[in-house]
Design a protein around this ligand. Sequence first.
Ligand code: PEP
Length: 250
Amino acid sequence: MPRKKLMAANWKMYKTPDQTRQFFRDFLPLVANHDRDEIVICPPYVDLLSALESAKGSNVAVGAQSVHWEKEGAYTGEISAGMLQDLGCTHAIIGHSERRQYFGESDDTVNLRLKAALEAGLTPIVCVGEVLEEREAGLTEDVLRRQCTRAFHKVSTKKAGKLVVAYEPVWAIGTGKTATPELASEAHSLIRGEAARTFGQEFADNLRILYGGSVKPENAKALMAEQEIDGALVGGASLDPKSFAAIVKY
Ligand code: PEP
């Protein structure tokens, strides 16, 4: 069975609750009845409730941009998977490169967050990808293997069920540089191979691997035409309803 593509928006630290409601007012009619792909919007935490209320009864799901691994506790500024699930969120981005770059996210904390998200029944979108220096030094494969192995550490195939991976070459995020469909495909195959090694071939065959990095309405079609690419994680171009709708409908 072909894998249903997941088109995910990462709003990063943009939009207020009012702006979120406005986005949904404009966006929902543009994607009404679109059931070819799964659609999810991941706004900042403070916008989750507005997004969930606005998306109610629609074909658009709402997710968070990170999730803490403990159920509760003295972790100022953090939000647990159970809290997100209780609110109505269904997805959570984990290990985005900006979190790795600015907030000390490591392969080990990605692993902890992944386990907590799966445990709570969320669909985790685990981000992996090399930085420019790593690509230029020929280290892309090593980096992707390490990030996958450590993210998947001690996650059983049974528990991994809803796992989604996003390949996001860091040099392509917010830079306007997009990986060519062929280059992205190669990385996706490698990630799928790692998933097969950990979870078995059948799981890997069903695993959705998204591409992220300057996806725009103009390049979405060529990227999504690749058999290995099972959707997109979109930053900048997801902030505008028309532009994200055009990507969703590539
Ligand atoms: C992202 O934030 O995950 C991303 C891919 O950003 P952009 O689309 O702006 O490159």
